[in-house]
Design a protein around this ligand. Sequence first.
Ligand SMILES: *Cc1c(COP(=O)(O)O)cnc(C)c1O
Length: 420
Amino acid sequence: MSEKRFPFSKEVIERLADTLPTPFHLYDEAAILENARYIKKAFAWAPGFKNYFAVKACPNPTILDLLHKEGFGTDCSSLPELILSEKSGIAGEEVMFTSNDTPAEEFKEAKRLGAIINLDDISHIDFLEKAAGIPELICFRYNPGDARSGNVIIGEPKEAKYGITRDQILDAYRMAKEKGAKRFGLHTMVASNELNPEYFIETGRMLFELAVKIKEELGIKLEFVNLGGGIGIPYRLDQEPVDLVRVSEGIKGWYDKMIVPAGLDPLKIVMECGRVVTGPYGYLITRVRHIAKKYKTYVGLDASMANLMRPAIYGAYHHITVLGKENEPPAMVCDVTGSLCENNDKFAIDRNLPEIEVGDLIAIHDAGAHGYAMGFNYNGKLRSAEVLIKDPETVELIRRAETMDDLFATLRFPGAPVKM
Ligand SMILES: *Cc1c(COP(=O)(O)O)cnc(C)c1O
């Protein structure tokens, strides 16, 4: 059973909402830093441990910079993510470029940045060679196929579009070596939002086994293995956070049993987690606009699925706190909705909440990763602001809200000159 308490008082958020119209995304700096340190400490034994924060989870330069100061790099999968990383002061081998279906310009840019290029397919070796040349350091994304089972979000590995197969993986290293690569990494990512620690230990074991095989068959000593992202967070109250100390100890067990005897020590262990780094420490702050009593009771918010679409697309549970009513008993069963003309625009269905009134402030939990980032403009909804709260007195605006001018900036209106 995990507890979910919103860490700031209603007064603090009301004061903030005086100057910043709701909805907005709020990130808790102290909690993010504490968690970043916990992750590093859990893997302190691992040679060269680094988490390359998946930019897509929370693409904000202030957050990237905060994590970079804690020793995190970035994991990028597109040109804008690479540029965002560079503009946030993170370049070179602190950037992992794990992309798929990649255009040539993006490989060029990744190479210019000196990022670690992680190839998704064996045919991309030639493609990369033509586009940008083979870099000294190269990594391959491995897909174990039916040797592993996946989970709901990412699906069964053999049905997934990602990665190089078991039959191809040795050839990929052989080809890259022939083409001049000198340093090598190995990556996999087979699950998303997974809460079972044993799953990640098994991923470590699987990569170590392949690392040993690569050494035996090709004489290549890998520089790092990348366990990918996908560590889940307890969105629901009946879920537990992943015990990263347990994950780390389990991986160390296999490291000592497999990597050390094979003469592969030191082998760097890296990850590219996003969700578990910032997810629980971000909130969508929104205000109750209407309470509509129809066949059911609907609490209408000023946020919509354009601000946080996980409940609508995955049916995901996101805990809801009514500020100032934290200790009140549940008093109504309601659907909590946004204002999109889409009936799945709901943050909660049949949720038990304290007696809600129009004007109440609401915090929607676990919105710190894959929250703002998945936002969109359907129905002319404007993306909201993002703020970083350092302490109740110090709040920084780290992204302003969109305006209608932003929304219209790409349009041509009748009478305006035609440009091609
Ligand atoms: C999405 C993604 C991640 C981050 O996943 P989280 O669930 O946020 O940890 C890491 N690597 C790759 C290749 C991804 O696609």
